[in-house]
Design a protein around this ligand. Sequence first.
Ligand SMILES: [Zn+2]
Length: 680
Amino acid sequence: MKQAGDFKRTLVTTALPYANGPVHIGHLAGVYVPADIYVRYLRLKKEDVVLIGGSDEHGVPITLKAKNEGVTPQDVVDKFHGIIKDSFEKFGISFDVYSRTTSKTHYETASEFFKTLYDKGEFIEKESEQYYDEEAKQFLADRYITGTCPHCKSEGAYGDQCESCGTSLNATDLVNPRSVVSGSKPVIRTTKHWYLPLDKHEPFLKEWILDGHKEWKSNVYGQCKSWIDLGLQPRAVSRDLDWGVPVPVEGADGKVLYVWFDAPIGYISATKELTPEWEKYWKDEETRMLHFIGKDNIVFHCIVFPSMLKAEGSYILPENVPANEFLNLEGDKISTSRNWAVWLHEYLIDFKDKQDVLRYTLTANAPETKDNDFTWKDFQARNNNELVAILGNFVNRAIVLTHKYYDGLVPAQGELTDYDKETLNEIPVLVKKVEDALDHFKFREAVKEAINLARLGNKYLADTEPWKLIKTDAERVKTIMNIALQITANVSILIEPFLPFTAKKMQSMLNLDGLTWEACGNLDFLAAGHQVNKPELLFEKIEDETIQAQLDKLQQTKEDNEAANKTAAPAKANIEFDDFVKMDIRVGTILEAEKVAKTKKLLQLKVDTGIDQRTVVSGIAEFFKPEDIIGKQVSILVNLAPRKIRGIESQGMILMAEDATGKLEFVAPANAVKEGSEIR
Ligand SMILES: [Zn+2]
């Protein structure tokens, strides 16, 4: 097996986020932060490395979203590609190129790739029966068909899965199928598609992964093994759809490349956009290719894409696929459709300039070997107890004291004590630990060891107490502060892959730049007399209120979801028409409104009913301010027997609609009508 050092260069790809929504902490923790850490580390080591990313912009969910919103699929992907790209940039994910699968280069590259396999006879052609919408004149992809689940009988199951009971389905299993496009009943028609015969590649996959890559993470290796053991089946590479890369052969009108086939080719297209020398990254055996992905993508990156590359013949295969498990949020699965997520674009507003705090928390708690949970309390604790109390505190003391005692000029080192030597000897040990962990994609361990260097510095200052010693042994303090500053410089390099914004601030305080990984362990970064800049704040304490606001936001999401899922109450028993007409309901206008003293819910209203002006007490004060509802038209039951509420005689009742959360809305005519008009 080749070692990392046997390669001339490294190509790092990151899973393409799907451009039908913004990105959240799960994306960051699973793929982009670890990939960015790794690439920054290699760059610091002056290795040839490129970080490739882009948005996945094809597939049925995007076309459905466009249809629901009355816009084009291109509008949908333009919007989210912009939001996603911006979030990554602001979090310091240092892509060399961040492209998209609707780019011209990608269309050409994906077509050409298909064409090559087609010409080499690497596909099989098969006819199959599929639902067709005669009204909309199109074949229906699975997500375009809905009906009753044959297992749990719930409505609204899709052609590929019932979301109520989770069973995966074939479109033809659905009871009472309906087209999502036109609502009509679809008919079965025959259609032709091309398939990649994965079964044919099975012997190669067995040898390459099961025998050749035993060093892969156990979650990745295990998943590959169980797929291969189950036996691989041919997989369709085309679909009947009008959004995607058209299948570039004759007789393929109305067919596009299946999104899983075109998306990974996006890595190649993006590299082409980055450099005319793209082939050296994709076709040279001396390139080490790494795919950073989440566990839901393992089969595509370890089995399907390598089979495609192998079939094409001129490409290299991935050397490793360090996939992560999933990150949950406050004990619940992150979900875009349920809005159960911490969205990056929202975090950037709520926690301005605190990108490193999130990067740190997500790394320290990364779902490397099992699913893991993000909690706001843990986020707060890691910020306050680790970043503020250890890293921030150490660096701040070193810089502040240097200014206080020496006007920011680095003091000269005198003779070292045994304790000094012991402390300094620890530095290369920690550097080695960080390296070992990073070389094996163990990012949690790596960041822990990097912070341990700051911990060492903190302990050194706490043990030597220069702030006391300055009064009795000023000469000794010079050596202590010199050592503290050399440790600070080392910390700034070690944390750069994890906390790039902080590292930059530290190096600007130290008035140093261009530090490389090779320099780690040096004890002479700062010569005596070197000017250190003024201290800046690296981290600040996050208060309980800030965390509570985030927890409240999630609680609100939970309630909104419950309300949205709540079904309407069943109808009451039938009544006769005569009973209904006993109720005299009129259109009225609110003339006056004021709060009823010492109550939370009650407003006293004066309403023009067309018949008279009367007083009504209404329990709507939690939802409406008196000044906002004056002049509003309402429906009022005018023949309800008057009754006293809090000493006020209420003559009638204002009709309100109440939603599942208990929120009230007025029931009023859609356009203004004359007061006294009857409602029936
Ligand atoms: Zn079901």
